[in-house]
Design a protein around this ligand. Structure first.
Ligand code: SAH
Ligand code: SF4
Length: 422
């Protein structure tokens, strides 16, 4: 147990992401808290079992306890070992002493008058990130963050003005879903001491509010591939949170080399932040385009494992006045999607301005005209209705955090100073 205790803060010293992407700090999967206890949230069952046996349980006990704890964590939403009533009374304090069940801390929670909810969350080492829940008539979508900040600098995105602080761990990613279920009261109701083999319909909540997940919060999920994959595996596991992969969408700005892996190893729906149809404009507003160009990106979409007419790829397109919103752009979009024979739908997103942003949203009539052209080209192109505007709920738009504002400002100042020196 003690062997795991390295320092009070997550150890980010020696974990560059291997391979194709720039190294970003990634805490180890097992980083003890300040009190030395290890957070089991976000760990696969085999890892929990391993930790239990290292802490002193024999193999058989470790296996049994890991199975029970896993079930309580993901099926029942337990946040304390004391609630795990089918585990012996002496074992519960033993677990409590050594392990902890984490949830991101809620720094702030807001409720919009259209039902949208937004949370500003805080990691154990004090970094803030956000999560948004958007209820609709037939579904409830949770917008989940993958990083604190982002290494990319899309010019219309508020997150892009923040420097990347660090990747979120699998526990912090799956922890967002757990926290949303806590807040929505969506864990099985009734007595907590129903045994494993009881009829699940006795205690399963009906009419769930949280039905869909989109990896569209802060950060670029494919630059935190392993942690996002491990978290989503827990979300999709039938014995875990049991949400179908068809109800999960991962949005990428176009990290081409990781897209095939995303289809193969995670298998969720893909959304691509296209936002422009020619090199010049996309290079400017989505700068990763300079590394992986449009043609390469669209080819990777055409090759995306699992994409089909019943599982189309969503192309996100933010409507920026006089930048990417002309009729010619719309025609070119249709031409490109046809050229690559893509099973596609286009999501037109009215630009959500933030203080200091250099763009304006396109006029409603312009957006309608753009949408009509894409529709006439045989591709669905709905305009996304802005939600939770009164609480700035669009992803990357949380303005209320004084801390975050000052950090973004500090980053800009640091960059300006560096440039002045150069
Ligand atoms: N990094 C990933 C996922 C997070 S961003 C990506 O870029 O796809 C989620 C979506 O919100 C992206 O399509 C992004 O381009 C869009 N977005 C960011 N800032 C926005 C703004 N100010 N107004 C409208 N959409 C925005
Ligand atoms: Fe990062 Fe996505 Fe924002 Fe671009 S749009 S800066 S990739 S979060």
């Amino acid at each position: 147990m003690r062997a795991y205790i390295r320092s009070a803060m997550p150890d980010t010293s020696s974990m560059p992401i291997p391979g194709l992407v720039d190294p970003v700090p990634t805490p180890r999967d097992v980083t003890p808290r300040r009190d030395g206890r290890v957070d089991v949230l976000g760990l696969p069952r085999t890892r929990i079992r391993e930790l239990f046996s290292r802490a002193g349980l024999d193999e058989k006990q470790a296996k049994l306890r890991a199975k029970q704890v896993y079930h309580w964590l993901y099926h029942r939403g337990a946040i304390s070992f004391a609630d795990m009533t089918d585990i012996s009374k002496t074992m519960r304090p033993w677990l409590e002493e050594r392990f902890v069940i984490g949830r991101p801390e809620v720094a702030e929670a807001q409720h919009s008058n259209d039902g949208t909810r937004k949370w500003l969350l805080r990691t154990d080492d004090g970094h803030e990130f956000e999560m948004v829940f958007i209820p609709d008539a037939d579904r409830g979508t949770l917008c989940v963050s993958s990083q604190v900040g982002c290494t990319l600098n899309c010019t219309f995105c508020h997150t892009g003005t923040m420097r990347l602080v660090r990747n979120l761990t699998p526990g912090e990613i799956v922890g967002q879903v757990m926290l949303a279920r806590d807040s929505l009261g969506e864990w099985p109701k009734g007595k907590m001491d129903v045994s494993d083999d009881a009829d699940e319909t006795e205690y399963r909540a009906d009419g769930r509010l949280l039905t869909n997940i989109v990896m569209m919060g802060m950060g670029e999920p494919l630059y935190n591939f392993d942690n996002v994959r491990d978290a989503l595996k827990l979300v999709m596991d039938g014995e875990g949170l049991a949400l179908s992969k068809r109800r999960i969408t991962l949005s990428t700005s176009g990290v081409v080399p990781a897209m095939a892996r995303c289809g193969e190893e995670i298998g969720v729906n893909l959304a691509v932040s296209l936002h422009a149809v020619n090199k010049e404009v996309r290079d400017e507003i989505v700068p990763i385009n300079r590394k992986y160009g449009l043609e390469e990106l669209l080819q990777a979409c055409a090759d995306y494992p699992g994409a089909s007419n019943s599982r189309r790829i969503t192309f996100e397109y933010v409507m920026l006045k006089d930048k990417n919103d002309s009729d010619e752009d719309a025609h070119e979009l249709v031409r490109l999607l046809r050229k690559y024979d893509l099973p596609a739908k286009v999501n037109l997103i009215p630009f959500n301005p933030w203080p200091g942003s250099i763009y304006e949203c396109s006029e409603p009539a312009r957006i309608r005209s753009f949408s009509n052209i894409v529709f006439e080209g045989g591709i669905s192109a709905p305009v996304r209705t802005p939600r939770g505007r009164d609480i700035d709920a669009a992803c990357g738009q949380l303005k209320t955090s004084a801390l975050k504002k000052s950090r973004a400002e500090l980053d800009r100042e640091a960059e300006a100073a560096e440039l002045a020196q150069a």
